[in-house]
Ligand binder design. Structure first.
Ligand SMILES: NC(=O)c1ccc[n+]([C@@H]2O[C@H](COP(=O)([O-])OP(=O)(O)OC[C@H]3O[C@@H](n4cnc5c(N)ncnc54)[C@H](OP(=O)(O)O)[C@@H]3O)[C@@H](O)[C@H]2O)c1
Length: 282
């Protein structure tokens, strides 16, 4: 890919992504690394100073009115070329809470950052993404080399996988992002823009906490390898950092449930349970 736009690039997975992109054998020519407070983004600034391709842009996702100006800056830098990839990475999470403790503010803030902002930013960057898709030499296939939107979601946004409850702001806002991913993939298919949502794994960052089993490098290495393999077959899907497909459609969801049910009944020989568990959960 020649150009990429990443939100929340000053720490955690966003910063890791910028680091890996810069160090890759073929770094993108334009890396638009956005963050709320560039003055305080010391590590990011150091990377940008060493690499001519990294452009730091101030962007607070809650300031929707600023999107147009941000896009203008990107457009000027690209000088007539399109944008290949948008990574909606920035996200927030509040502490685990059961229904009794959930607060309106937590819900609205999570929806704003985790679902509203990625949708409206994709909308604003769409002309540039379309330009990249239509300028591509290969206009038949979909890939991150051509044009793509990558929405950083979480397994906690999967309705199928929710067996612990709680986490209302985070789960609901990520589930909404997953739904938006599916709609975008349908709406943008004819434009040749690939759209997926990615679960980065449970990663040691401020958001993931220190008990998370994987580090930023492992997650980002996996994400970059997975991005390279994406084609039209995956558009609209929910993938894990290592490329594993998570339930993304009704059909796949059904297959997942079926396999889970078979596994849980393997020893009991109570095969009727398989059918009950599929249809009850439908
Ligand atoms: N870590 C995990 O285990 C895990 C698991 C599943 C999914 N994810 C997802 O992966 C993404 C990155 O997470 P992370 O672990 O890297 O989190 P993190 O270390 O907490 O970093 C979050 C990033 O989002 C930015 N951000 C938050 N609100 C913003 C806003 N209004 N405008 C602009 N930027 C904003 C933060 O900027 P500031 O420094 O200015 O706050 C920061 O750069 C998130 O979408 C998260 O939901 C993470």
């Amino acid at each position: 890919m020649r150009s990429i736009f990443v939100t929340g690039s000053n720490r955690g997975l966003g910063l890791g992504l910028i680091k890996h992109l810069v160090q890759s054998s073929k770094p993108p020519e334009y890396i638009f690394a956005t963050c709320r407070n560039p003055d305080k983004a010391l590590e990011l600034k150091e990377i940008a100073q060493k690499s001519g391709g990294v452009h730091i842009i101030k962007l607070d996702l809650t300031d929707i009115d600023s999107y147009k100006n941000v896009v203008k800056v990107v457009e000027e830098k690209l000088a007539g070329r399109g944008l290949n990839v948008l990574v909606n990475n920035a996200g927030i999470s509040s502490k685990f809470a059961r229904l009794n403790y959930v607060k309106e503010k937590q819900l609205t803030e999570a929806f704003m950052t985790n679902s509203v902002a990625p949708i409206l930013l994709a909308k604003e960057l769409l002309p540039l993404l379309k330009k990249a898709a239509s300028n591509a030499t290969d206009k038949k296939s979909m890939s991150v080399e051509r044009a793509a939107i990558i929405n950083m979601t979480s397994i906690l946004g999967s309705i199928t996988e929710n067996d612990q409850g709680g986490f209302y702001p985070y789960r609901c806002s990520k589930a909404a992002l997953n739904a938006a991913t599916k709609s975008m993939s349908i709406d943008l298919k004819d434009d040749g823009i690939l759209v997926v949502c990615l679960h980065p794994g449970w990663v040691r960052t401020d958001l993931g906490g220190k008990n998370a089993p994987i580090d930023v490098d492992t997650s980002i290495q996996g994400i970059l390898s997975t991005l390279d393999t994406l084609t039209e077959a995956q558009t609209g899907c929910f993938l894990q950092y290592d490329g594993k497909m998570l339930p993304c459609s009704f059909f796949l969801d059904l297959v997942f449930r079926y396999l889970k049910a078979i596994r849980s009944c393997a020893n009991s020989k109570n095969y009727i349970y398989i059918y009950i568990s599929i249809f009850v959960r439908m």
